[in-house]
Design a protein around this ligand. Structure first.
Ligand code: ADP
Ligand code: MG
Length: 156
C-alpha cells in the first residue's frame, strides 16, 4: 500500500563551499538514523561535498570521498553509520541494489545516494531529495523535497 502525502519543498542558496558545508552540517546534526537522502546535480554540483557536511554534522570523523563504482563507503558516527552510494555511469547496480535496500531499512543507518536513477525503485518512498544547481563557480541553489515526516531535517 502506498502513502498519501504532499511533499514539501524548501529552497536556499549557498554562495561558497563553506556555505554548503554549514547547510549540510545543519541537516547532519538532525539525522536520527533511518533516513534516506538522494542527491541530484550535475557533475561537480556539490553532492559529495554535501555528504561531507552531513557526515560531519552527524558526528563522524571519517574521511568522505567519492565511492568508486559499485562500492559504497561507510562513515561511523557513534552508534550510527552513514552509507554513501554513488551510481555514476553504472548500467546495472546488481547486488549493490540489495545492499542499499537492506541498509535503507536499518534504523541505525543513514543512506545517502548520488546518481540514484538506476536504484530509484529500491529507494523508500519517503526520502529527502536534495537538488543542487550550479549558478556560478562558487554559487549553488539548493532545493529540498521531503515528506512531512522528514520535516525535522529541515532548518528554515
Ligand atoms: P559532485 O559530487 O556533485 O560531483 P563535488 O562535491 O565532488 O560534486 O564537487 C563540487 C566542487 O565544487 C568542489 O570542487 C567544490 O570545491 C566546488 N564548489 C565551489 N563552490 C561550491 C559550493 N558553494 N558548494 C559546493 N561545492 C562548491
Ligand atoms: Mg560526487
Amino acid at each position: 500500500m502506498g502513502y498519501m502525502s504532499t511533499d514539501l519543498t524548501w529552497q536556499t542558496v549557498s554562495t561558497d563551499l563553506s556555505g554548503t558545508m554549514r547547510l549540510a552540517e545543519q541537516v547532519g546534526r538532525r539525522l536520527k538514523g533511518g533516513e534516506v537522502i538522494e542527491l541530484v546535480s550535475d557533475l561537480g554540483g556539490g553532492k559529495t561535498t554535501f555528504v561531507r557536511g552531513l557526515a560531519k554534522g552527524m558526528g563522524s570523523y571519517d574521511k568522505v570521498a567519492s565511492p568508486s563504482f559499485t562500492i559504497s563507503r561507510e562513515y561511523k558516527a557513534g552508534n550510527k553509520t552513514m552509507y554513501h552510494f554513488d551510481f555514476y555511469r553504472l548500467q546495472d547496480p546488481g547486488l549493490v541494489a540489495n545492499e542499499l535496500a537492506e541498509v535503507a531499512a536499518d534504523p541505525q543507518a543513514v543512506v545517502v545516494v548520488e546518481w540514484a536513477d538506476i536504484v530509484e525503485s529500491v529507494l523508500p518512498a519517503q526520502h529527502l531529495t536534495v537538488r543542487i544547481k550550479s549558478t556560478g563557480e562558487d554559487s549553488r541553489e539548493f532545493s529540498f523535497t521531503y515528506p512531512p515526516v522528514l520535516s525535522y531535517l529541515i532548518a528554515e
